[in-house]
Design a protein around this ligand. Structure first.
Ligand SMILES: Cc1cc2nc3c(=O)[nH]c(=O)nc-3n(C[C@H](O)[C@H](O)[C@H](O)COP(=O)(O)OP(=O)(O)OC[C@H]3O[C@@H](n4cnc5c(N)ncnc54)[C@H](O)[C@@H]3O)c2cc1C
Length: 565
């Protein structure tokens, strides 16, 4: 067995992982960093972010206002100390990225341009046309190449984490190019493996967003937090789930029902289409229920109209929206409205960390969508998460490099390594009768139909029962492909196991939260209940399965009040 040692290992090469690797290289140039990613880093999901990144960069804006918008948007479940740190650090990270080559769009006067985004009281979303993630990830990737001490293990899949006592000590990974196995040891680790919305059948996420990091961390005793909160974005293209960015509404796009009415005036007249995503998505569901939506082969939808912006502005600000509408819906938004429906998009919950990204496993830090710091609480504001990747990716890198300098390399238990080797070999050799894609589809449908925008006890109980049965069926899935070179059937099997862990955590937390808050709507408990539920729910691994625990919300100066817009 190959053993690969370094000071810090970064798991994941998206926005958060790359920013963390750069932070280690900059704060402690002598440290050796290994960055592992199951895809070539610039194919990470960050590349597909469209609309922009939030930060206070204009004079009409203030830290106070960005904090308040984020906390109100979270329905008061965000930890306010984390939000304050986030808001104050975000502008520095945005300017720094520009120095590293990220071409932010400009206003006519040459200053950085900002656009409106849902739930924000002023225009504070910085962008690079509607391909923000692509430009950000390219700039981060190029910057990381400047540091020879960062070594990339691209197309390596992490299958297990190892700890020694209380401390994170190593991990097991497979080289997807040739099936070779290795143990990576280090003094500190940053988990930045992204989100998990592939657990839903209709989602905007890349195929690789399967919650691996959440399951890997849970398996070695890290707590998960806020797992019931999943964001549905109001505007996905029917069938494919491809996202039409909120930037389209930020630039002035409207939502229309089948009567041609801007229905948001009935639900949120002060903000209209620029309300937070949970409220806009629920409003679309209400229109569908009231029979005021269009019916199509892939379900009911409403219209997003940007025709009035004109071709010039659409091509300048929203070229990707036009490109994907033409390519995937055969509609030219210059001349026709775009069909849209709510789609699973972002995982608010994740691996529980403190505001400096430390998990409850010593030496393991987490940042980006896999983590739950939490600045998002029960509903994230669009454009906050790219900033979250930079702010907390940087913080995780700084913390990991400090920790690595104070600690020694641990020896991973040989028995545990052999155990993982055996498990992987057995998975390859499995000849079970169950079919991988059928089990996965069944999970995705269960989550979508029973754990979607509106939830209730009866359906959640049914979902839990279904997920537990699917976990049993997973054990009987047989592999047809036994090859060692880019065996996607094999990696899908590992990913499905992780998604079933995330799904179970989601359903159990959703059942326990008997109130409606942010993205979590319980039709049987329609009101927010601060008396009993102004708290986070942690999910931990117990001897007999998942255990739920309460965790307090940190409130600094914004006392919970009714969420009004
Ligand atoms: C279509 C779309 C548009 C979006 N638009 C915006 C926007 O405009 N503004 C905004 O703020 N947010 C947006 N978001 C959300 C935001 O882009 C993501 O939350 C953020 O980019 C996540 O970055 P990350 O670094 O945490 O993870 P990712 O970019 O998903 O990277 C995860 C990394 O982990 C690696 N990895 C995962 N599992 C393993 C494993 N088992 N072994 C090895 N490596 C592994 C992957 O290879 C990858 O490198 C959007 C999201 C989507 C899906």
């Amino acid at each position: 067995m190959q053993i690969i040692d370094s000071d810090v290992v970064i798991i994941g090469g998206g926005g958060a992982g790359l920013r963390a690797a750069i932070a280690v290289a900059e704060t402690a140039p002598d440290l050796k960093v290994n960055m592992i990613s199951k895809v070539y880093p610039v194919r990470s999901h960050t590349v597909s972010a469209e609309g922009g990144i939030a930060g206070v960069v204009k004079e009409d804006d203030s830290f106070e206002s960005h904090c308040f918008d984020t906390i109100r948007g979270s329905d008061y479940l965000a930890d306010q100390d984390a939000v304050e740190f986030f808001v104050e650090d975000a502008p520095k990270r945005i300017y720094e990225l520009e120095e590293w080559g990220c071409p932010w769009s400009r206003f006519e006067d040459g200053t950085i341009a900002v656009r409106a985004f849902g739930g924000m009281s002023v225009k504070r979303t910085v962008y690079a046309a509607d391909k923000t993630g692509f430009y950000m990830l390219s700039a981060l990737w190029e910057r990381s190449l400047k540091y020879p001490q960062i070594k990339n293990y691209d197309e390596w899949h992490v299958t297990r984490l190892f700890r020694v006592g209380e401390k994170m000590a190593g991990l097991y990974a497979i080289n997807l190019k040739n099936g070779e196995h290795a143990v990576f040891r280090a003094k500190a680790f940053v988990l930045s493996t992204g989100g998990a919305c592939r657990i839903f059948s209709f989602n905007t996420n890349g195929n690789i967003k399967t919650g691996d990091g959440m399951a890997l961390a849970y398996n070695i005793g890290a707590s998960l937090k806020d797992m019931e909160f999943v964001q549905f974005h109001p505007t996905g293209l029917p069938h494919t789930g491809i996202l039409i960015t909120e930037g389209a509404r930020g630039e002035g796009g409207y939502l229309l029902n089948n009567k041609g009415e801007r229905f948001m005036k009935e639900y949120l007249p002060a903000k209209m289409e620029l309300g937070p995503r949970d409220i806009v998505s629920r409003s679309i569901v209400s229109e569908i229920k009231a029979g005021r939506a269009f019916k199509g082969p892939y379900g009911s939808y409403v219209h997003l109209d940007i025709r009035h912006l004109g071709e010039k502005k659409i091509m300048e600000r929203l070229p990707l929206v036009r490109e994907v509408a033409l390519e995937f819906a055969h509609i030219d938004p210059v001349h026709e409205p775009i069909p849209v429906m709510p789609v699973a998009h972002y995982y608010m919950g994740g691996v529980h960390t403190d505001k400096e990204t430390a998990t409850n496993v010593s030496g393991l830090y987490a940042a980006g969508e896999v983590a739950c710091v939490t600045i998002n609480g029960s509903n994230r504001l669009g454009s906050n998460s790219l900033a979250e990747c930079l702010v907390f990716g940087n913080a995780a890198g700084v913390q990991a490099s400090r920790f690595a300098q104070e600690t020694a390399l641990q020896t991973v238990s040989e028995a545990e390594v052999r155990d993982e080797e055996r498990r992987i070999t057995q998975l390859y050799e499995r000849n079970g009768a169950e079919n991988l894609s059928k089990v996965r589809e069944s999970m995705q449908r269960t989550m979508h139909e029973l754990v979607g925008i509106e939830r209730n006890e009866k359906e959640l109980e049914a979902a839990l029962d279904a997920i537990l049965k699917l976990q049993e069926r997973w054990k009987r899935i047989g592999l047809q492909d036994k090859s060692k070179t880019f065996n996607t059937e094999f990696t899908s099997l590992l990913e499905l196991e992780n998604m079933l862990v995330v799904s179970e955590a989601c359903v159990r937390s959703a059942l326990a939260r008997e109130e409606s808050r942010g993205s979590h709507t319980r039709s049987d408990f329609p009101a927010r209940d601060d008396k009993n539920f102004l708290k986070h729910l942690l999910v931990e691994r117990g001897a007999d399965g998942m255990i739920l625990k309460d965790h307090p919300v940190t409130i600094t100066k914004w006392q919970p009040q009714e969420r009004k817009y």
